[in-house]
Every structure is written in C-alpha cells, then in structure tokens.
Design a binder for this molecule. Structure first.
Ligand SMILES: *[C@@H]1O[C@H](CO)[C@@H](O)[C@H](O)[C@H]1NC(C)=O
Ligand SMILES: *[C@@H]1O[C@H](CO)[C@@H](O)[C@H](O)[C@H]1NC(C)=O
Length: 521
C-alpha cells in the first residue's frame, strides 16, 4: 500500500539557507486532486513519479549549488533561521588539519623550522587592498626562506562573528582558504630543489614559537629613504630576517605600519621595481583560487563563456576547459589553469558612493595604482592641462577629467568600448561581463546602451555581477569570483584607481597575457 502523505510531509532546506527553494507543497495539491485515481496501481505509479521528480530536482539543485551544503529534512513549519553571514567553519577545520602542522617535521618545517608571523596585516579594508598586501607579504616570507603565517581575511578583530556594513551584516573574518588555495595558504611550493617551508596558521605558530623575537616595521622603515622602492623594502626585510638568528619572528601590530604601505602601492616608480622578483615568485606563478571560488565560476560559466552547452554539462564533472577543477597539483603553473576565455570582455565599473572617492582623488591629484601603470599599457593617466592640485576642491574641468576615468558615465563607457573594438585583435569579442556594484536600474540602462551600440549586435550575452548565481558562502566572497572572471577575460577594462583592478591586472601580467589586453577607463 502506498502512503503519499508520508512523503509529501518531508520538506528540504539547504542548511544555512532558509529560503524555500524546494517547497514540496507543490506536490500536495496534486495528491488532493483528480490527477490521482483511486486505483492502487495508478496511485503507486504516480507516487513513484513524484518521488523520482523530487529526487531529481534535489540532486540538480545540489549540483548546481556545489558548496559544502547538506540537504537536511526539517520538521514542517519550523520558524526560519535568521540569515546570519556564514562562518565557514569547515575551512578553519581543514586549515588546522594541514600536514605541515607537525612539530616533528624536519627542517625547514617543524619545531626547528623558520617562521615569520606578520601580525600587522591590514583590517577594515576591501578584499582588493587586503589581497595586494597579502601577496607581497607572502613573497617576503618566501624570499626570506621562512614559513608564512596566514590569517583570515579580517574585517574586524573584536572576535565577533559578523559586523554591520552599511545596511547589512558581513562576516567579521573569512578563512583565507575559502578564498585562496596555493602556497600562500599552505600548499607545497613548486621548487623542490630549494625547499621552502609551507605556510601555517597562527595557532600552530604559537605552538612551535612560544617566545618569538618581536620586531616593528619601524626597525626597517626608519633606516630606508622615504621613497624607497618595493624592491628595496623587500631586500631590507629579507636581509633583516636572515640576520635574526631566532627561528621565530613576529611583526608586532601595535607598533607597526604595513610593510608595503598604501603609498608604495600608489606609486608606479616605487612598486614596479619589485616586478621581476614578484612575477617569478611561486606566490604568483602558482597562485590559485579556492575550490569555493572555482565552483562559483563553473556554476556561472554560461554567462560569459563561448560554450553554452557547458552550462548543462557542468554536472558531469569539471574536466572540460574552461571549467575549473576543485584543486590542481601544486606543480601546475597558474597560467595553465587560468587560461584566457576567448571572446570575453570584462568591465570593472565601480558605482555608488565611489563617486565621493573619485572627487577626493581629483582634489589631491592622485594617479592610478602602481600596478595599473606598466609602461607597456596603452592607456595612461595624466593630470588635466593646467591643473595644480593642492587638496582643495578641484575646478570643474579637473573634476570631469577624473570622473571620466574613475566614475565613467554610460556614454563614456560605450565610447571606450567602441575604441577598444577598433583594435583588430579585439574583433571577435562577443560576451560582456560587468563587475559592478551599480543598482539594478543603472545596470539595465548599461545593458541597453551596450545593445544599442552601432556594433551592438555583436554581443551574444551581456551579464553582470547581479546575474551570478552564488550560494550563501560564495555570496560573501563574490569579489573573488569577479576577479577570477576578469583575470581570464580576453580583454579587461578596469578602473586605474582601484586595487581590485590592479590585482586582476597583476594576475594577468604574471600569467603572460598580452599587456595591450589590459585597458582602463
Ligand atoms: C559565533 O558563532 C558560533 C557558532 O554559531 C557561536 O558558538 C559563537 O558563540 C559565536 N560567537 C560570537 C562572539 O557571537
Ligand atoms: C628594533 O628597534 C629597537 C629600537 O631601536 C631595538 O631596541 C630592537 O632591538 C630592534 N629589534 C630588532 C629585532 O632588530
């Protein structure tokens, strides 16, 4: 005898995501209506179909939203759980389990290994700023032959789980392994002839280094010129870290600044001299995003890829390019993993209150970030003629000049794209993906303007950040998903004043993309 009610009572939610994606109520009316006859055989067949359909739908939802989520039955009518930001507990647990967290390992790891714990990492800062610092700090550790102690990406150090940001809650910290993989977060380094100790977490450092030598960035920076280049800063630190006999060194937060300050990143003549060293560092050559980010990319690839059927095939397993596997062997260079996506144009357009930031930049006469100023780039930024900034309000012509490059209007965006399309190398572009925090109305207007371009029929797809389907954990690291898409674009048009853009440009340059494929408003 079949008992349909037993099944129709079961509800599913995706843990941590109380929105009723799968209201099984949908099956209830059917069972009440004339679709089901009274004959037992027909009832059994119908029930079989319903169960099959339910299982099929559930499986597909799980596959399309592939994060460490579990389908759990809940008691019907349980009140919804308030939507707190995710805690990413599993990532912390996996970090604790890294094999290098073993004091018995031989030198240069274990209790006789050498470590550098940089407690002075930036907080309350966007991922773009945090990431540029993180990669260079990890490079200093690599060059000094010391194990890099990595911390969560931290908004707030007060021990809370979440912080208010504007009108919503964000995680106070996110384990770095939810965003990145690779040597920065403890994977093996590629060069086995010259073993480099793997990165470790702070609790392990505390175990092997109960009494580290504590140093301030002033111990170094006070002996350098005010305009020292990043290369000189790197050399000064590696010299110092080599001289210190103690295997355990902590850079103290309270008395320190950043090793590479905002000023260094802002000045091309200071940051670019580190490029020959940085671009060949495993930190960049073997850079990787986390499996969480790879899965978000795969789940949305149909929005920006030239192979639409992959959207349907992705559940068969991510083995076909341009899809990404969860992990890659440590020896594979980044450039083979994040190969260019042909025909894709990615735009980075900051909106919202960024206009205030742009106006501030115009008052101070700021230049583009250093990594947005490789000499090979086609687009360069210069002050408008006759403008001598002094911090007071910029005259209208200077302000307009800054807004064009920093906060372009829709006609200015369209004009720039038309210009980029004039390059024969860019003739095949047919997908546009827009990294933007713009509101729905603005995004719609932009889409229409792109479609209405003289050459607008070329666009087979125009997608934006708002079109991405992300699970709850991916939602709070969506900048990294955007960066991965931008990193692989055939052509990228970014904001020269943005560290988000300059990180993308850094990854593209390190992976050997044609410099002329990096453009700026
Ligand atoms: C953070 O969340 C965990 C898990 O829900 C909880 O046990 C802990 O008390 C929370 N911490 C704070 C400071 O709210
Ligand atoms: C850092 O500088 C202070 C003040 O000059 C000095 O006392 C201390 O020994 C230095 N620390 C290291 C590790 O060089």
């Amino acid at each position: 005898m079949s008992r349909p009610n037993r099944f129709s009572e079961v509800k599913f939610i995706i843990r941590g995501e109380p929105d009723p994606i799968l209201p099984t109520d949908a099956t209830k009316p059917a069972s009440r209506h004339c679709l089901v006859s009274n004959r037992p055989l027909a009832r059994a067949l119908f029930l079989g179909l319903v169960v099959f359909a339910l299982v099929f739908v559930c499986r597909n939802i799980v596959q399309l939203r592939p994060s460490p989520q579990v389908l759990v039955p809940i008691i019907p009518d349980e009140p919804p759980v308030p939507r707190q930001p995710p805690l990413y507990d599993e990532y912390y647990l996996n970090e604790e389990r890294l094999p290098q967290h073993d004091p018995n390992l031989p030198f240069p790891e274990g209790r006789t290994g050498r470590y550098i714990n940089m407690e002075n990492f930036v907080i309350t800062s966007g991922w773009g700023n945090a990431m540029q610092e993180l990669l260079l700090d990890a490079h200093v550790a690599y060059k000094s032959g010391r194990s890099f102690v990595f911390y969560p990406y931290t908004w707030n150090l007060d021990g809370s789980n979440s912080s208010q940001y504007g009108d919503h809650l964000i995680p106070s910290r996110i384990p770095l392994t939810a965003i990145l993989a690779g040597p920065v977060v403890g994977q093996l380094f590629p060069d086995q002839n010259q073993p480099t100790p793997r990165a470790v977490i702070k609790t392990y450092f505390d175990k092997v280094c109960p009494r580290p030598t504590v140093i301030s960035t002033h111990n170094i920076s006070d002996h350098l010129e005010n305009d020292a280049t990043a290369k000189r800063i790197l050399d000064a630190w590696t010299d110092k870290l080599n001289i210190i006999a103690d295997n355990c060194v902590t850079i103290d937060r309270a008395s320190s600044e950043q090793i590479f300050t905002f000023w260094v990143f802002g000045a091309a003549e200071r940051i670019l001299p580190i490029w020959p060293s940085f671009s060949t560092s495993p930190v960049l050559t073997h850079f990787r995003w986390s499996h969480l980010i790879h899965r978000a990319f795969n789940a949305n690839v149909h929005l920006f890829s030239s192979v639409p059927y992959l959207a349907l095939m992705r559940s068969l397993g991510p083995s076909l390019p341009p899809l990404l596997k969860d992990t890659y062997p440590h020896l594979i260079p980044s450039k083979y993993i994040y190969a260019p996506l042909p025909d894709l144009l990615v735009l980075h357009v900051r909106r919202g209150d960024f206009v205030d930031h742009c106006n501030g930049l115009s008052n101070w006469g700021s230049m583009w970030n250093g990594f947005n100023r490789f000499p090979e780039f086609l687009d360069k930024f210069a002050l408008p003629p006759g403008y001598t900034p002094d911090g007071s309000e910029a005259p209208p012509h200077a302000r307009a000049h800054y807004l064009k490059h920093c906060f372009p209007s829709i006609p200015q965006i369209v004009e720039k794209i038309a210009d980029v399309l004039k390059d024969p190398a860019n003739g095949g572009l047919k997908y546009v993906y827009v990294m933007t925090n713009g509101d729905r109305g603005w995004v719609q207007e932009l889409k229409e303007a792109l479609g209405g371009m003289e050459d607008g029929k070329r666009w087979q797809k125009i997608a934006t950040r708002r079109d991405l389907e992300l699970d709850w954990e991916q939602t709070f690291v969506s900048q990294a998903v955007d960066m991965l898409i931008g990193q692989r674009a055939q052509v990228f048009i970014g904001n020269g004043f943005s560290s988000m853009t300059s990180n993308i440009v850094t990854l593209r340059m390190a992976n050997g993309f044609d410099p002329s494929s990096n453009r700026f408003w």
